[in-house]
Design a protein around this ligand. Structure first.
Ligand code: HH2
Length: 269
């Protein structure tokens, strides 16, 4: 899953793709590099209370759509890969699906419960990413006794709430929410024990690309964290993740191609 942030303030590529023509070019480049789907985000979700200070500002619906639609509409005519909309708002999700988006990526785990209704009505896949509390303060109020067990429990609850709104379990993809309301050690533990999330019997998406817990292991700025990001990808692949959300598509595609070639070199079991 290639990341395309149509924002002025995303933590690693903010401001790079604000111009719709440049954004469409970048999206086509990621498809040519082997991205299987693209995730379009028009609101940064940097959590507050930690390394990102007060975190990202909430963007009004109209502004989010003004950033998103010119790119989404043009891209829909030009690429055939599925397009995901990274949003917390049902109003944005609804319009995006009408404009040709294929799936909803909700990093707030149904903070707007209507998102589940939109997914139920459209039948589109729905990513439920784990996060607790509000974005503005989630890095200052972290408490888990057992981060993996509690993430699994919270995701099970979110799946249940989505299904109560008419979403079918088959539509749901789960995500541990690396970097959202967790400290560095908890992010590492979530990756270490990622396979335990398989008990929810849903495909797992992991978004660890360039995140600050990598910078805590090796002191590098976001744009220089590709090698560390690839380590998280190797780990996610070994834990049977179905998808990885990345900024560096070409490098990740090559990395995973070789990883998979080694993994399957023994032939079928
Ligand atoms: N992480 C970010 C945004 N969306 N979606 C899912 N499913 N999983 C993630 O881990 C995830 C996500 C944050 O990264 P980025 O989009 O690069 O930054 P920003 O939120 O500052 O735009």
């Amino acid at each position: 899953m290639g990341v395309l942030n149509l924002t002025p303030d995303s933590f690693s590529d903010g401001g790079l793709w604000m111009d719709p023509s440049r954004a469409v070019d970048r999206a086509e480049e990621m498809v040519a590099q082997g991205a299987d789907l693209l995730d379009l985000g028009a609101e940064s979700t940097r959590p507050g209370g930690g390394v990102y200070g007060n975190g990202a500002q909430t963007v009004p619906v109209e502004e989010e759509l003004d950033r998103l639609l010119p790119v989404l509409e043009r891209l829909r005519e030009r690429v055939s890969v599925p397009l995901s909309v990274d949003t917390r708002k049902s109003a944005v999700a609804r319009v995006a699906l009408e404009a040709g988006a294929d799936l909803i990526n909700d990093i707030s785990c149904l903070s707007d419960p209507e998102i589940a209704v939109v997914a139920a009505e459209s039948g589109s896949p729905l990513v439920l990413m784990h996060s607790r509390g509000d974005l503005a303060s989630m890095q200052s109020r972290i408490h888990f006794d057992d981060v993996v067990a509690e993430v699994i429990q919270d995701l099970a609850g979110a799946i249940e709430r989505a299904c109560q709104q008419g979403v079918s379990r088959d539509q749901i993809v789960i995500d541990p929410g690396i970097g959202f309301g967790k400290n560095g050690q908890q992010n590492l533990e979530l990756l270490l024990r990622l396979d335990e999330l398989q008990q929810l019997d849903r495909p797992i998406l992991v978004g660890a690309s360039r995140k600050s817990f990598i910078g805590a292991v090796i002191d590098q700025p976001a744009a220089s964290r590709l090698p560390g990001s690839l380590a998280t990808i190797a780990w996610a692949a070994s834990q049977r993740a179905a998808m990885v959300r990345v900024h560096d598509v070409a490098e990740t595609v090559q990395f995973l191609a070789v990883w998979e070639a080694i993994d399957s070199a023994g032939g079928p079991p």
